[in-house]
Design a protein around this ligand. Sequence first.
Ligand SMILES: NC(=O)c1ccc[n+]([C@@H]2O[C@H](COP(=O)([O-])OP(=O)(O)OC[C@H]3O[C@@H](n4cnc5c(N)ncnc54)[C@H](OP(=O)(O)O)[C@@H]3O)[C@@H](O)[C@H]2O)c1
Length: 326
Amino acid sequence: MASFPHYVKLNNGARMPIIGLGTWQAKEGEVKVAVESAIDCGYRHIDTAWAYKNEKEIGKTLKKVFDAGKLKREDIFIVSKLPNGGHHRDKVLHYLQQSLDDLQLSYVDMYLVHSPFSVVPLDGNEQLPIKDGKLVIDYEADFLDTWKGMEDAVDAEMTKAIGISNFNSEQIKRIYDNARIKPANLQVECHAYFPQIKLFQICKELNISLTAYGPLGNPSLSGFLRENFGINAELPNLLKDPALQDIAEKHQKTAAQILLRWLIQRGIIVIPKSSNPNRIKQNFEVFDFNLSEEDVNQINGLDRNHRLFEYSGVEEHPNNPFNIPF
Ligand SMILES: NC(=O)c1ccc[n+]([C@@H]2O[C@H](COP(=O)([O-])OP(=O)(O)OC[C@H]3O[C@@H](n4cnc5c(N)ncnc54)[C@H](OP(=O)(O)O)[C@@H]3O)[C@@H](O)[C@H]2O)c1
């Protein structure tokens, strides 16, 4: 079988590994094991964010890996994200420096604006602060101003590339048309029930790579939304979809591996999260088989146009990215 590319080439010339380890919801104590296991089985890309509150532990683990001579800094691609409370030009370097300090790095490979929705931080909540049942929106912020701060971060050599996350097609175009340094990556929800066909096409036209978050349809999301936001969403479990189970059985693979392979065959970067060493290994074992055209068409047919991720209070935000289809 012809070898399959492990990287996606970015518009800054860098190569971004097509599989990375997701770390949202990776708890204290677990994330160390996750990062170590991932590196041992070949991952060279870690996705994190200021908001995940685990960058310190990731930093300690990376330091250990570098000190032991297992990897050099340039061997691994690190992504972090500006929190929603950081939407002002002069706040970008401040939050990025905090992430760099925690990660014990002098630069990240990719820094993303976590979302277009700007908030006023409240009680240490920089991501989705809620007061009197409402999201505390920062009406003063404009993400074009934030983007200038992102460009400052490249100039200051604190990041090699910059990108955006959770932006819709109109917002992407607004950044793109006004940017001195064009976004190199878009990170959005993307999986077989929400395959982002049109948004991916727009990204290709603009030479922006796409990273799929929730590539497995995050089976633990219903519990998270219930516990943290009191949202009772009965979300479908993508991993249990009978059509995927059939394709998995045919290839002697798991449904998770089929979902990841289908995305990387499209040229989409994936960042499955797991804190379990066996599943981390399993999620990386997707380079040794190929999905046929028939398999691909069958998975394409699972599209339900169903966003699984909900962001509390964002409907009222003037920059709500989810009020148009893509
Ligand atoms: N930019 C954004 O706004 C945004 C939003 C969401 C996520 N993200 C990023 O994208 C990453 C991935 O998304 P996600 O974590 O929401 O969802 P995901 O990767 O689709 O799913 C993660 C869930 O699947 C389980 N899992 C992992 N591998 C499995 C396997 N082989 N078989 C069965 N279950 C498996 C994990 O449990 P175990 O840990 O127990 O294995 C975890 O509960 C995040 O970690 C984060 O880095 C970004």
